[in-house]
Design a protein around this ligand. Structure first.
Ligand SMILES: Nc1ncnc2c1ncn2[C@@H]1O[C@H](COP(=O)(O)OP(=O)(O)OP(=O)(O)O)[C@@H](O)[C@H]1O
Length: 324
C-alpha cells in the first residue's frame, strides 16, 4: 500500500553548513491493511521521510507509491486516500469541536447529510460525543488528540500517517488513543504508518521499522525482532561499566556490550542465563551493583540495532536472520 523505493534526501548545504543526507537509499513497504511503526534515534530521518510521504517535501531521488498512485506524479490522487495526523496540533483551539470538524469537512467538500453521517461515525469511537460544543482549548491533551484523529477520519482515508501522535499524553490517555486506533484500523481495514519512540506502543503492531542515519536497519514483526537478540539477556549495572565489560570479555570470553550505564550480555538462551549470572557474581561480586535476567523487549532491540557500537557486519547478520 505504501511502497518506498531507493529514496534519498539530501538537504542542500549553505555557506556555513555542509549538505546533509537525511535519507539514504531507503526501501520500505507497508502492506495493505498493515499497522506499522517507524522508529529511530533523533536525527535518523523519520521527520524527513514523514514530510516526503505527506507531500510537504520532494526527495532528491527515489520513488514512493501510495495505494498504487505515484506520490510525486499523482499527488492529488494520493491526497484522496491519505489522512495525516501531525505531531503539532492542527486544530483551532479557539473553536469548538464541532466547528473544527465542520471546517475540515468544508475543506474536503463533505457537505450536507453526508457530513453529519461521517462526523458522527468518526466521533463514535471517541469520548467527544457529548462535547461537540466545547472549545478545544478547554479539552485535555488526550481529548484534543482525539479531535485531530476524528477530523482526519471523516475523509475515510485508506492510508493513515501519524507523527508521534501520543507525544505529551499520560500513559492512560496514550493507551486509550492507541486502543481506539487499533480498533479503527481493523474495522476500516486501514493501512497505518506511525512514527513513535515509545516501544510499549509497538508490541501489538504488525511490523516495526527502525532507522538510523537515514538507513533502514531492521524491519520485521515485533516477535521476529525480539528473537534477534535471543530469548533472554543478562543486564548488569556496575561502578565501572567499561572495566567490568573488559574483564568479562577477557577473563570469561563473554561477548558483552556497554550500553549507557549497563553491561549487557545479549543472546543468552533459556537455561543459560542463570548459571552465567551466578558465575559472574561469584567472580565479580564487589564490582556488581545489580544484575538481572530479562526477556528482550522492543526497547532492547532498538538499543541493539541503533547502538553505534554494533559493527555493520553484525547488523547485516541480524537482518539476514530476521529475513529483512
Ligand atoms: N531543514 C534541514 N536542513 C538541513 N538539515 C536538516 C534539516 N532538517 C533535518 N535535517 C537533518 O537531517 C537529519 C534527519 O533529520 P530528521 O528531523 O528527519 O530526523 P528525525 O529522525 O525526525 O529526528 P527527531 O527524532 O529528532 O525528530 C538530521 O541530521 C537533521 O539534522
Amino acid at each position: 500500500m505504501i511502497t518506498i523505493e531507493n529514496l534519498t534526501h539530501v538537504y542542500p548545504g549553505t555557506r556555513k553548513l555542509a549538505p546533509r543526507t537525511a535519507i539514504s537509499d531507503l526501501t520500505l513497504e507497508v502492506k495493505d491493511g498493515e499497522f506499522a511503526i517507524l522508529s529511530g534515534p533523533n536525527g535518523s530521518g523519520k521527520s524527513t521521510l514523514f514530510r516526503i510521504l505527506c507531500g510537504l517535501a520532494l526527495p532528491s531521488s527515489g520513488k514512493v507509491s501510495v495505494a498504487g498512485f505515484d506520490l510525486f506524479a499523482q499527488p492529488a490522487k494520493v491526497r484522496e486516500v491519505m489522512g495525516v495526523v501531525f505531531q503539532s496540533p492542527a486544530v483551532d483551539k479557539h473553536l469548538s469541536v464541532a466547528e473544527n470538524l465542520k471546517i475540515h469537512a468544508d475543506l474536503y467538500g463533505l457537505g450536507g447529510a453526508g457530513f453529519t453521517r461521517r462526523r458522527d461515525e468518526a466521533l463514535s469511537w471517541t469520548d467527544l460525543v457529548d462535547r461537540l460544543d466545547q472549545q478545544v482549548a478547554t479539552l485535555s491533551g488526550g481529548l484534543a488528540r482525539q479531535v485531530e484523529l476524528a477530523k482526519v477520519l471523516m475523509t475515510d482515508p485508506k492510508v493513515l500517517l501519524l507523527d508521534e501522535p501520543t507525544t505529551g499524553l499520560d500513559p492512560v490517555s496514550r493507551r486509550n488513543f492507541l486502543d481506539a486506533l487499533h480498533k479503527l484500523q481493523k474495522q476500516r481495514g486501514m493501512t497505518v504508518l506511525m512514527t513513535s519512540h515509545v516501544f510499549a506502543e509497538a508490541d501489538d503492531v504488525d511490523r516495526v521499522a527502525i532507522m538510523r542515519e537515514g538507513k533502514l536497519l531492521a524491519h520485521d514483526t515485533p516477535t521476529a525482532l525480539k528473537a534477534m537478540i535471543g530469548t533472554e539477556m543478562v543486564v548488569i549495572q556496575a561502578k565501572d561499566t567499561e572495566g567490568l565489560a573488559a574483564k568479562l570479555r577477557a577473563e570469561m570470553g563473554l561477548a558483552v556490550r556497554c550500553i549507557g550505564d549497563e553491561v549487557r550480555l545479549e543472546e543468552t538462551e533459556n537455561g543459560e542465563s542463570l548459571p552465567l549470572l551466578e558465575k559472574i557474581l561469584e567472580r565479580y561480586r564487589p564490582e556488581v551493583q545489580s544484575i538481572s535476567i530479562k526477556q528482550p523487549g522492543l526497547d532492547d532491540v532498538f538499543v541493539h540495532v541503533t547502538s553505534k557500537a554494533v559493527p555493520d557486519h553484525a547488523l547485516a547478520i541480524d537482518l539476514k536472520r530476521t529475513g529483512t
